[in-house]
Design a protein around this ligand. Structure first.
Ligand code: FAD
Length: 393
């Protein structure tokens, strides 16, 4: 059968509609970073604008604030979104991770309660899984949720929770069976972050902003219906969430295709002064971004045909995080030792300065790619054991 890589007329119309809406609504001046309090508020406002146009999560059913679009249309939306230079999604943990999780495991009442508020940007979500002694080895987590009558009493300490400093809710993993070990006896529980017994402490990151947070649960009491799925099913649900995160939703290919295009433009501006060998890195970045896009269209088509995301999600995560890092390293080499000067001298104006700033900030963030969403070392272990069938190391 011939391979058909053309978009259908309906998909082209959808693309045109997205493009027109974004052209009319994307803020002309970039928002402040969402890792800062004012920037977070600006990004929340942008989420409301998206929701007013029904664009916050196009794949969701209309009753929850979506458009009932399919995954191919979502990828088209993402391409247009990045192409238009639209703001980063402050609610990405909600719309990309918890949203699909609730669709699969939430009760009808939970879907009706949380999804529209999430789509509308009224409730911004953080993920609270990691603990000081449970990062890569997440099954070592100790935070507990002990049932007392009609509430759970939460105790414990979560860390590295992105955007929890300013977010409204978190979804966490807690040990509901005190006698349990490892991945047994865990439950997936939703917790308001401004709630008696919940204390949030920001952590300043490498760029100086406190977007990250530690979350302390000091006998916080939450109703039993804040639990998603059955008691003890938490690990299974969390792994499905991680599959959405690594395998498809968290990093759509458009992000890298736009970065690859910017890299080519940077090469055109600065390539003559740079090491000629960098040309091949620029070309490689473009090819890798394109390969990632084609691979993602393949994944989306597979899912539409009834397939599921499996352990190959780990390969995906390794690929996009290393691609991001490599593209930013190449940009840093093209900008050279004067990168910060270029960014500073034309601050507040000048495309070249804005672009240099973008690369500098992006470079710092790309360093975290091989760590968050499960480190690349752990993903390689998963690939070795579950995909290649190699013995456990
Ligand atoms: C930008 C960013 C955002 C994050 N956001 C969130 C969030 O929103 N919510 C959340 O819950 N967490 C979040 N995290 C935490 C992240 O999930 C953890 O940092 C990650 O899982 C690693 O855990 P750790 O930091 O405890 O490192 P460790 O687990 O202590 O690992 C240290 C090093 O040892 C390696 N290592 C550990 N075990 C093995 C092994 N068996 N084989 C080979 N190598 C191994 C690791 O790969 C790593 O290089 C975020 C982290 C970052 C950097």
């Amino acid at each position: 059968m011939a391979l058909e890589l053309q978009f259908t007329p309906a998909q082209r119309r959808f693309r045109a509609e997205v493009r027109a809406w974004l052209a009319a609504h994307v803020p002309r001046t970039p928002l402040a970073t969402l890792e800062s309090e004012p920037g977070f508020a600006q990004h929340r406002e942008w989420e409301r604008t998206l929701a007013a146009g029904n664009w916050s999560m196009v794949t969701w059913p209309r009753e929850y604030g979506g458009r009932g679009a399919n995954l191919i249309e979502w990828l088209i939306f993402e391409e247009e979104y990045y192409r238009a230079g639209a703001p980063l999604r402050v609610n990405q943990n909600g719309i990309f991770l918890l949203g699909p999780t609730l669709m699969e495991f939430g009760s009808a009442a939970q879907k009706a309660r949380y999804l529209p508020q999430m789509a509308a940007g009224e409730e911004i979500w953080a993920q609270a899984w990691s603990e000081p002694q449970a990062g890569s080895d997440l099954a070592a987590l100790r935070a507990s949720a002990v049932r007392e009558g009609d509430v759970y009493v939460l105790r414990g300490h979560k860390i590295w929770s992105s955007r929890a400093t300013f977010a409204d809710w978190c979804f966490g993993l807690f040990r509901t069976d005190p006698a349990s070990q490892r991945h047994h006896g865990l439950s997936f529980i939703l917790v308001p972050l401004r709630h008696p017994g919940v204390r949030v402490r920001g952590i300043r990151q490498i760029h100086g902003e406190p977007g990250f947070a530690e979350v302390f649960f000091e006998e916080a009491r939450v109703p039993l219906d804040y639990r998603v799925g059955a008691e003890g099913q938490g690990w299974h649900i969390a792994m499905a969430t991680a599959g959405f995160e690594r395998g498809l939703m968290l990093r759509s290919p458009a992000r890298f295709q736009v970065a690859a295009q910017r890299l080519i433009e940077l090469w055109r501006r600065r390539g003559q002064e740079a090491d000629p060998a960098l040309a091949s890195h620029v070309a490689q970045a473009w090819m890798d971004a394109r390969a990632y896009a084609l691979h993602t269209y393949h994944t989306a088509s597979r899912l539409l045909a009834g397939g599921a995301i499996g352990v190959e999600a780990s390969l995906n995560k390794i690929f996009w995080s290393e691609l991001d890092l490599e593209m930013h390293r190449t940009a840093m080499r093209l900008l050279g030792a004067g990168a910060e000067l270029i960014a500073a001298t034309a601050k507040g104006g000048g495309r070249e300065a804005d672009d240099a700033n973008g690369w500098l900030e992006g470079f710092l963030f790309s360093l975290a790619g091989p760590i968050y969403a499960g480190t690349n070392e752990i993903q390689r272990n998963l690939v070795a054991e579950r995909l290649l069938g190699l013995p456990r190391g």
